[in-house]
Design a protein around this ligand. Sequence first.
Ligand code: ACO
Length: 327
Amino acid sequence: TNNFSIQATAKAVPHTEIYNQDLTSLMATSDEWIQQRTGIKARHVATTETTTSLAVDVAQQLLQQSQLAATSIDLIIVATMSPDFLTPATAPQVQAAIGAANAIAFDINVACAGFVYGMQLVHQYLQPGQHALLIGSETLSHLVDWHDRRTAVLFGDGAGGMLIAADSDVPTGHWLGSHYATFGADGHYLTAGQQPRLNPWSTDTAVKPTNQWAFQMNGRRVYDFATTQVPRSIEQALTAAKLQANEVQSFILHQANARIVASVGKTLHLNTEQLPVNIAKYGNTAAASEPILFAELVAQHQIQRGDKLVFTGFGGGLSVGSAVIEY
Ligand code: ACO
């Protein structure tokens, strides 16, 4: 089915806000450098919240908005690269917390592209009459070395999501086209969360238990990847959808860096109204950034039913993906 009806959307962010100025006591950086190079002014950091609790918060809001019983949910996907546990995954914990006993639930990890990969999975999985919760939730603050100025200034915590239905009796909401690509050979340019090798027989002395836990990034390479592959992905997705860029009301791009968004806009000749940006308040929240932005735009009535929208995620893997929908 090409029916892809977003019936509700919500976001949840930790209550603690950390401003650029707050970071200057931890590392040699400045508010001016961070704002000029990234567009970030502040980020939310989980102090009491977890990846699971933020995802549950979003799921509860989605159910409340849509007035749907939890038992009507058939599928729960949480996109995250920062789960609280490797098992159980985040999505089964969301299922339990909201009482969605009929849903199957699992996590996916495609780093910052996770949400848009989840959109494709939901689109392919849902049968007419079924409902899915798709949530991106991250506490990247646990994967950051808070003394490494090259990475720490970039990331933030939060969650966002959608309740998606494949109902043919819902008048709006269509899947129009998509494009996805993986560049595994470049994966080493962006790493985080290497698992410790602690079994008694391990001979891999090069792998220290914690030395690659925090984000390691070749910022320039990731920047070049994004500014090259994101426009290509969008172009191919638009071709699949038989649309021109000027027929799209909003491009919901992963919020990694305001300069990346501006560069993509320039390459594709988009105007600034087509390219919403909210990175100033949240930093890069990986799989959560697109649904957080989308939830804000819907709440502010900046997106209307019938709008053509492009969602594009890119990042760790390296990975890129674009989905074109009619809202
Ligand atoms: N504060 C002050 N100075 C800094 C900081 C900082 N926080 N970080 C780096 N610098 C310094 C550098 O040491 C360097 O100094 P030098 O010239 O004396 O060596 C100078 O600033 C310039 O550094 P560059 O790395 O060249 O700066 P650049 O303009 O490339 O910006 C940035 C760096 C913002 C990281 C950029 O490369 C970028 O945005 N890359 C993409 C990152 C990204 O989006 N990653 C996430 C992908 S999504 C995911 O899956 C998680």
